[in-house]
Ligand binder design. Structure first.
Ligand SMILES: NC(=O)C1=CN([C@@H]2O[C@H](COP(=O)(O)OP(=O)(O)OC[C@H]3O[C@@H](n4cnc5c(N)ncnc54)[C@H](OP(=O)(O)O)[C@@H]3O)[C@@H](O)[C@H]2O)C=CC1
Ligand SMILES: O=C(CO)[C@H](O)[C@H](O)COP(=O)(O)O
Length: 500
């Protein structure tokens, strides 16, 4: 079963009994095995461990010749195989399995050693784990890893949190295997404790939003223009040559072009339309609610997946009335098919800017709340390659935060401001046509409403405040009084205003 290059447990230490692996990976499913191979391909000696040794043996049998691997079976053997300070990367299922593995490693490790969790952990779990392990003299690094199976092997984007000291030891290793853009690694120290996983969580929230928007663009071409999957693939391929150039747009064309091996028709037409989710998008929205940050596009994307997955309810409600719908020609208001496609492209771009703007807002709020000091420009830099949301316009986001690290919103940067202004009429036409034709576009619509909310001179929140004061004496501020000064109307006692 093992290849000639496979190492036996006896090879795990040198003649003096000291571990010889620079890093170890435990959890050798798709992500862990590919990260281990990536590390080995970059000249690092990698100790391998998996709860069930079959995955370890398979990796060594199939890829043992790619570098220097040290095969281990027990956690103790795995830890003993590592050079000091020991660096052990956990790539197992998030949640309880991660806690179990951390505990096993910590019990076998010594002060100064480093445990890295590269899974999609909830950032509050990472904060808890970091604190607990610090008390035991160990470093704990929650590192977001993005890029999926291929990225893990060929160069992911890596978002490590944890102490500065741990990054000094770990950074060069991680930077060596990360994607590189213009000679810059897509990996940098994000900040203390849970910051790396927080940032990865929001990355996934943006990913959800972007995927939802792309889905809406596809649906409009399918339902309004009657295009088949192959023709829509062509449109996405064209768009990938514009400012929309991105990994997700690129793979969309490939998915739409794929034929079903069973029927020969488009694969997308035989996939059940119920999107699943593992939790990072939901966490992004929950955290945003706690922080009071309106990530409306991300929230709509999470809820759109939930609606699609409500299969029993959808089966019962399918076919409900849609009202009196106009013809497509009427809904497009005299615009041609080509013009409508360009409108969708512009609406997609503008909505995508909003998705990133909301994500960066949440990261700023999380960083401020926890005192992490996360720099937006760092994220724009390391998300340019390797990760799922990599996109050409991240260079522009990088420039925006380089010129103004305190930018109140991405939409205020001159480049993005004019990009949105140029697309506004198209954006409104697309949302209006979708509403009139009964095609749901929660991503496009909510992003536009968010933008209109941001730019509004005055919002109906004034009325909300009046209502709150009426029923609950919750007070309000006046436009003509200093900020923070509160007032209340004696609603049931004559209606006079008092200072609260
Ligand atoms: N798949 C992806 O595209 C991405 C995944 N991630 C994250 O990376 C991590 C790994 O993902 P992936 O490679 O997909 O693998 P999975 O999330 O499917 O996890 C499988 C691995 O976890 C191990 N495991 C499960 N339970 C335990 C336990 N109680 N004790 C020890 N080991 C356990 C399994 O061991 P065994 O073989 O013995 O069952 C196996 O090695 C996850 O946290 C995931 O969220 C991050 C980015 C992208
Ligand atoms: O982290 C990832 C990519 O960045 C994973 O692929 C993640 O599982 C995607 O999320 P979901 O399964 O909820 O769609």
């Amino acid at each position: 079963m093992t290849s000639p290059t496979a190492n036996s447990p006896a090879d795990s230490t040198d003649a003096a009994g000291v571990g010889r692996a620079q890093i170890g990976v435990t959890g050798l499913a798709v992500m862990g095995s590919n990260l281990a191979r990536n590390l080995a391909r970059h000249g690092h000696t990698v100790a391998l461990h998996n709860r069930h040794a079959d995955k370890t043996d398979r990796l060594i049998a199939e890829h043992g010749d790619e570098g220097d691997f040290v095969r281990t079976e027990s956690i103790e053997e795995f830890v003993a195989a590592l050079q000091k300070p020991r660096r052990a990367l956990i790539m197992v299922k998030a949640g309880q399995p991660t806690d179990q593995v951390i505990e096993q490693l910590a019990a076998a490790m010594e002060p100064g050693d480093i445990i890295i969790d590269g899974g999609n952990a909830l950032f509050t779990d990472t904060i808890r784990r970091e604190h607990a392990l610090r008390e035991r003299g160990l470093h704990f690094v929650g590192a977001g890893v993005s890029g999926g199976e291929v990225g893990a092997l060929e160069g992911p984007s890596i978002m490590p949190g944890g102490s500065v000291e741990s990054y000094k030891s770990l950074g060069p290793l991680l930077e060596s295997i990360a994607a590189q853009v213009d000679g810059t690694p897509c990996c940098t120290h994000i900040g203390p404790d849970g910051s790396g996983h927080f940032v990865k969580m929001v990355h996934n929230g943006i990913e959800y939003s972007d995927m939802q928007l792309i889905g809406e663009a596809y649906d409009l071409m399918r339902r309004v223009l009657g295009f088949d999957a192959g023709r829509i693939a062509e449109v996405f391929r064209d768009w990938n040559g514009t400012e929309l150039e991105s990994y997700l747009v690129e793979i969309t064309a490939e998915v739409l072009d794929k034929s079903d091996p069973q029927t020969g028709g488009p694969l997308v037409d035989v996939i059940v339309d119920a999107a699943e989710q593992k939790g990072t998008g939901r966490w992004t929205v929950k955290a945003a609610l706690d922080l009071g940050v309106p990530v409306t596009g991300i929230a709509e994307a999470v809820f759109a997946r939930a609606l699609s997955g409500a299969r029993t309810q959808r089966a019962a409600t399918k076919g409900l009335a849609g009202g009196t719908l106009p013809t497509v020609a009427e809904a497009l208001g005299g615009h041609s098919e080509t013009e409508f496609i360009e409108d969708i492209r512009r609406a997609l771009y503008a909505s995508k800017v909003i998705a990133y703007a909301q994500g960066f807002d949440e990261i700023k709020a999380g960083s401020d709340e926890h005192g992490w000091g996360v720099k937006p420009v760092d994220l724009a830099t390391i998300w340019r390659g390797g990760c799922i949301i990599r996109a050409r316009f991240l260079d522009r986001i990088r420039e925006a935060y380089t010129s103004n690290p305190e930018l109140p919103s991405l939409v205020l940067d001159p480049f993005f401001r004019s990009a949105i202004e140029e697309g506004l009429d198209s954006w409104r036409r697309v949302v209006a046509a979708a509403v009139r034709l009964g095609v749901p576009t929660p991503g496009f619509s909510s992003s536009l409403a968010y933008y209109d909310g941001l730019r509004a001179e005055r919002l109906p929140a004034a009325l909300t405040q009046g209502q709150r004061d009426y029923f609950g004496a919750h007070t309000y501020e006046r436009v003509d009084a200093p900020e923070g000064k509160k007032f209340h109307i004696l609603w049931s006692e004559g209606g006079a205003e008092i200072e609260a």
